[in-house]
Write a protein that binds this ligand. Structure first.
Ligand SMILES: NC(=O)N[C@@H](CC(=O)O)C(=O)O
Length: 291
């Protein structure tokens, strides 16, 4: 195949369905990299400190992001929390907020206010379903006696199945799938369940983050077989799988030092390039020649 003839191809801007843009000085650095990375629409995660749990907080946050880069569409989310009621969901719908993100308590960066018992939130899920809004799931079980970072996603899949069975019309996105099991589960569930795939999980495996804090994120990258399942899903064209980079910037000091390494891989400035290059290879193209 002759690649030179493709050199003038211009790709449309991407939708990145999972970004961490932070706030304050960090957001001033990160927000300008959205367009650089090839995206013009982003779904913004609410795990600020404190988390975004009210409609007003989400709208104020969006205004701060718009002031930094007006040429991006920011789809906003609320952080699933006990202070959120069905009335808040109705208000969120009216205000144009897209969905609600659920973090299991303690599994990742800024998740200390997260969910312990999903059944407590069934009225919220019912209202999200009624309002045709999205439930975004960080799909990991908290580490415990038999759960570690390696099987935390697999351990969460029964919860995903249960939520879909109870709320079959609720649009659920299993965020940042990292395992073949997650891919096959999303594929097997009904059309209201989809999964996002990050750019970095198309490349890295356990060996990369074991020893390199800059490859450490939650959920952690798994085996080469899992990575290949992600690649096949990403390149399959199935509408059930789409890009959500989970680009998650941290201060270099939080990645290199301290008692615990912060979880998160920052890919925003290279998001579309990374995905194009990897999917191209999966399809047998030497797509790196474009990058
Ligand atoms: N992915 C990560 O490892 N970290 C994210 C949180 C998250 O989405 O889990 C972050 O906010 O840094």
């Amino acid at each position: 195949m002759v690649f030179d003839k493709f050199q003038d191809v211009e790709l449309p801007a991407a939708f990145d369905a999972h970004v961490h843009l932070r706030d304050g000085a960090m957001s001033e650095l990160v927000v300008p990299t959205i367009r650089q990375g090839g995206a013009n629409t982003v779904y913004v995660m609410p795990n600020l400190v404190p988390p975004i749990t009210t409609v007003q907080q989400a709208l104020d946050y969006r205004a701060r992001l718009q002031a930094l880069e007006p040429n991006v569409e920011y789809l906003m989310s609320l952080y699933l929390h006990e202070s959120i009621t069905p009335d808040v969901i109705k208000e969120a719908k009216k205000a144009g907020i897209t969905g609600v993100k659920s973090y299991p308590a303690g599994v990742t960066t800024n998740s200390s206010s997260g969910v312990v018992d999903y059944t407590l939130f069934y009225p919220i899920f019912a209202e999200l379903e009624a309002q045709n809004m999205i439930l975004n799931l960080h799909g990991e079980s908290p580490s415990g006696s038999s759960i570690t970072v390696l099987n935390a996603e697999a351990g969460f899949l029964p919860t995903l199945r249960e939520l879909h069975a109870r709320f079959p019309r609720l649009r659920i996105i299993l965020e940042h799938c990292t395992t073949a099991a997650a891919i096959s589960t999303v594929r097997a569930l009904g059309p209201t369940v989809a999964g996002t795939i990050t750019a970095h999980h198309l490349y890295i495996t356990v060996d990369d983050w074991a020893g390199d804090p800059f490859c450490f994120c939650k959920p952690v990258a798994k085996t080469p077989e899992d990575r290949d399942a992600l690649l096949r899903a990403a390149a399959s064209g199935s509408p059930k799988f789409f890009l959500g980079t989970d680009s998650a910037p941290h201060a270099a000091t939080a990645k290199r030092g301290g008692d615990r390494i912060a979880a998160g891989v920052f890919t925003q400035p290279y998001a579309a390039q990374l995905v194009g290059r990897r999917e191209g290879r999966e399809q047998g193209l030497e797509a790196e020649r474009y990058v």
